[in-house]
Design a protein around this ligand. Structure first.
Ligand SMILES: *Cc1c(COP(=O)(O)O)cnc(C)c1O
Length: 361
């Protein structure tokens, strides 16, 4: 392979598109005649302002973000959003959470610090291997919002149908599926995503929030940095933003637009995931961990049924140039994260390898 790169199946930070990395490399010492790198550039400079404006405009185009939504870039990765959401949106001190795995559990634990959390549906009974029915949830009249983790990175499940929130605001953690398929932003009050899964470098989250949710009545103890309205009013430049991540994400937004937008991206992701799921469905050694209807296009956990065998397969794949296939430490087994930037050749190489492994056992 060019550059000796491996097929990197990491859950995040994860692969980025090679043409984007090449472009970044070509600009790293002197960004378009400015005589400096984006890393060295003032966030108040003209050059950076246009990087920022283009990133926002391209994301808006990519997701068809309506005019009454604001796009903001915040530091602190995904985890900071677990606190920001309740701090800003719990006006009545009560919220509903759907529990579908490790990341929703973290969101729930954090929200409990600020108010009452009602778990309105859970798939804990079957080790988070499915998405619970959310068509008729018992949502209290005074609940402030309904929260989901739309794609559970660790367990490999995804919502193919959004919950019926009975008029309440829907908040979604899209970290590991952001920009993997078209998304109707109007269905949500707030979407957030840590960018290191499907877009760019770690340490930042994109937040898309409906403007009427940007209010002045956040609790007085809310840290300034954790107030969405502060970021929105200052166009993500209340303080020095993560300029490097914004620059890299902007390149990826442009790249996805050049591929034909999210409809095309979804087709590619479906074709890729099919190669792996078809194999898992036909294999006698490897089994997918998730029920068919709720399988993720992005994160594919699977097991052999033996911890020793799982470890042997992980070691063998690594030796063959396929890295980071070990399942999350909390669930074990194997996991292939096949985000937007994983080429279908990578998935095919993995399947060919696993087929071979099984045949030679
Ligand atoms: C990775 C991840 C997070 C946490 O992101 P950090 O940037 O590591 O804080 C939250 N939610 C989901 C679904 C994730 O995949």
């Amino acid at each position: 392979m060019k550059y000796d790169r491996v097929f990197n199946f990491s859950a995040g930070p994860a692969m980025m598109p090679e043409p984007v990395l090449e472009e970044i490399a070509s600009e790293v010492l002197n960004y378009r005649g400015t005589g400096m790198s984006v890393m060295e550039m003032s966030h108040r400079s003209k050059a950076f302002q246009s990087i920022y404006d283009e990133a926002v405009a391209d994301l808006k185009k990519l997701m068809n973000v309506p005019d009454n939504y604001k796009i903001i870039f915040v530091q602190g990765g995904g985890t900071t959003q677990f606190a920001m959401v309740p701090l800003n949106l719990m006006k009545n001190g009560k919220a509903c959470y759907v529990e579908t795995g490790a990341w929703s559990k973290k969101a729930i634990a954090e929200a409990k610090k600020y108010g009452e959390v009602k778990i309105v549906a859970s798939s804990a009974d079957k080790n988070f291997s499915y998405v619970p029915d959310c068509s008729d949830l018992d949502i209290p009249e005074d609940a402030d919002y309904v929260y989901i983790c739309e794609n559970e990175t660790i367990h490999g499940t995804t919502f193919n149908k959004l919950p019926n929130t009975k008029g309440k605001i829907l908040v979604s953690d899209q970290s590991s599926m952001f920009l993997s398929r078209p998304c109707n932003v109007e269905d949500y009050g707030l979407i957030w995503a840590g960018v290191q899964k499907n877009v760019g470098p770690a340490g930042m989250a994109v937040v898309i929030i409906r403007e009427d949710l940007l209010t002045d009545d956040v609790p007085a103890f809310c840290p300034t940095y954790l107030n969405y309205k502060i970021h929105a009013d200052k166009d993500s430049m209340y303080n020095t933003p993560n300029t490097w991540a914004i620059y890299c994400c902007g390149k990826v937004f442009k790249y996805l637009l050049s591929l034909g937008g999210l409809e095309e991206v979804e087709k590619m992701n479906q074709a890729k995931a099919k190669v792996l799921y078809d194999f898992l469905d036909s294999s006698k050694l490897f089994k997918g961990s998730v029920v068919k209807e709720d399988r993720s296009l992005m994160n594919v956990p699977f097991v052999t049924g033996s911890d020793e065998e799982d470890a042997a397969v992980v070691a063998a794949t690594k030796a063959a140039g396929m890295d980071n296939l070990k399942g999350h430490r909390s669930v074990g087994g194997l996991r292939a994260s096949i985000y937007n930037s994983m080429p279908i050749e990578g998935v095919q190489a993995l399947v060919d390898f696993l087929k071979d492994y099984e045949a030679n056992k």
